[in-house]
Structures are given as C-alpha cells and as structure tokens.
Ligand binder design. Sequence first.
Ligand code: ZN
Length: 112
Amino acid sequence: MCDTDSLLIIGCPFCERSGKLVYSERKFIGWDGAGIKHKKFSIYVTCPRCHSRGPLVTSDTVAGCDPNSSNPQEREVSREILAPYARKAISGWNRRVSKSSSRPFSKKVCTS
Ligand SMILES: [Zn+2]
C-alpha cells in the first residue's frame, strides 16, 4: 500500500538533520572467471552533521557492484541491486529515530 514509506529517511534523533544513506565496501570476496569483482557491502544511514548512525546492514555477496561509482549508470544499477539492503537500513534508522524521540513523527506521508 505504502511502499515508499520505508524509503523515506527521516531526521536525525539528535539534531534533526536528514540522514544520508552510505554504501561502504565491507569485504572483497574475489574475482570470478569473467573478471568481475564479488563483494559484500555495508549499508547504513548516517547523520552528516553529528555522525550518529543507524543499524548496519551487510549485503550478501554481489557481483560487479559499485554503488559509489563515478559512472551514473553503473551507480544506479548497483544501487538497484542493493536496494533491499538499503530499505532495511533505512527502516532501521527510522525505527530508532521514532523510538528515541519525544515528539511525534509525521511518518505517514502517503496515507490519504
Ligand atoms: Zn545528527
């Protein structure tokens, strides 16, 4: 019903700055026969101002993935592959925020 809800990164619990999704290379697994790199990534949401961090989500091994590539097309494809993990990291961050905050959050952006 409300799929985009889980992709909305809400504000930092400490300074209310909006969180930023970070993809960091966790582990280099190796090359396959076709010369493609296999890696694992850590994905989390962090606050650019006070550096608080949401839960770390580690991906399964993915092939030929570079979510921080300078090539926009490669970046987009890679982030699509990692989207399920990104969603998990975002919902973890959002859950933590709403729990530790004293003020009510307007979480439901698409209910009408
Ligand atoms: Zn913050």
